[in-house]
Design a protein around this ligand. Structure first.
Ligand SMILES: C[S@@+](CC[C@H](N)C(=O)[O-])C[C@H]1O[C@@H](n2cnc3c(N)ncnc32)[C@H](O)[C@@H]1O
Ligand SMILES: [Mg+2]
Length: 333
């Protein structure tokens, strides 16, 4: 069952007097205003929420005069700061050849794929009022997969009918993704580009849905990255992000067990201090003009070797949000 982030919960997260007061540990669905609820505060490191583009402390800027119409409209927002973390990019370049080895380092993503696709199918079909039972429910929608790796998500999105662009910072990943997709007519149309979200924003590209799974924990600047994802999303479009929670359970399972005991992932794949809690992700997305509507957890059943959707967001989780319509664009319509 998916939990909805209610308007009142979202409001209380965003109207708290300070970012630290807004970050409340616990599960979604616990209304912050519930009588008697005991909700200890978490200290939010300031760097997580501050970027060059958004800062509480900057003085108010005077209103700008309307600019004269000139050429195509520039998408609002986007970060000028690079999302690239060279050490992280190098880690993925080193294992690029293994993308389609379902027993290799990306085995967890292969196993998770059906589950995350069911969340994406369900949320995007509701968002765009599509029939989830149709064979191509995303037909006609422009979708970008940011940090697509070898294309294990891009391909099923294309099979669902979407016009897919996959981008990744690692050139080897893009080459592998391209060769793999080209071997099947239903995926051969995917456009793969070696670039970053922020560079694509500079090209004024926009998409109906922007999806970035298991990438934000590897970027240099999470808020700037989300601002770029937002700038790539059309107003009222959809954004889907998945990542790993910065919880003790995640440390025990996603890092110690997966990297050091089961050897599912190369050691050092995830840096615990770079992970984001769901509360932090919601706040960052709000700052980037994306309003989170739903969140779900992924839980692994070791006996069946399968992942499923759950209310438990203590380790792996996925969020779907809507790109807010900027006031200026509403007024100009
Ligand atoms: C864990 S993989 C996830 C791949 C894919 N999204 C999936 O879930 O199947 C992370 C991917 O993000 C890419 N990446 C890391 N930093 C990036 C950045 N700043 N911009 C674009 N891609 C990035 C890596 O090269 C890698 O392919
Ligand atoms: Mg990861």
């Amino acid at each position: 069952m998916l939990r909805r982030l209610t308007p009142s919960l979202r409001r209380s997260l965003l109207t708290s007097s300070s970012p630290s007061a807004a970050a409340v540990p616990g599960r979604w669905g616990v209304p912050l205003t519930e009588p008697g609820a005991s909700l200890p505060h978490t200290l939010l490191p300031q760097w997580r929420l501050c970027s060059s583009a958004a800062s509480h402390s900057s003085p108010p800027t005077p209103p700008r005069p309307p600019s004269p119409p000139q050429g195509p409209k520039r998408p609002a927002g986007g970060s000028t700061v690079s999302s690239l973390n060279p050490a992280e990019v190098a880690k993925f370049a080193a294992i690029a050849e293994t993308w389609w080895d379902s027993e290799g380092p990306f085995k967890p993503l292969h196993l998770m794929n059906p589950t995350r696709l069911s969340f994406i199918r369900s949320t995007l079909c509701r968002h765009f009022r599509r029939d989830p039972n149709s064979s191509k429910p995303l037909e006609g929608l422009k979708v970008i997969d940011v940090g697509c790796g070898g294309g294990i998500l891009s391909e099923p999105l294309a099979r669902m009918g979407a016009t897919v662009t996959g981008i990744d910072a690692v050139d080897k990943n893009i080459k592998i993704a391209h060769v793999h997709a080209a071997s099947d007519p239903s995926t051969a149309s995917i456009e793969y580009i070696c670039t970053t979200a922020e560079d694509l924003v500079k090209e004024h590209k926009q998409f109906d849905a922007v999806i970035s799974l298991e990438v934000i924990e590897h970027v240099a600047n999470p808020l700037g990255f989300c601002e770029s994802l937002s700038a790539l999303t059309v107003p009222n479009g959809a954004t889907v992000i998945s990542t790993i929670n910065r919880s003790m359970r995640a440390y025990a399972t996603a890092i110690v067990a997966a990297e050091y005991i089961l050897n599912w992932l190369p050691k050092g794949t995830h840096n615990w201090s770079k992970l984001l809690t769901p509360e932090e992700l919601v706040l960052i997305l709000e700052r980037a003009s994306i309003s989170v509507q739903e969140m779900a957890g992924f839980v692994y059943n070791p006996l069946r070797g399968e992942w499923s959707l759950s209310d438990d967001i203590s380790v792996n989780y996925i969020a779907y949000g809507i790109k807010k319509v900027e006031k200026a664009s509403v007024e100009s319509n």
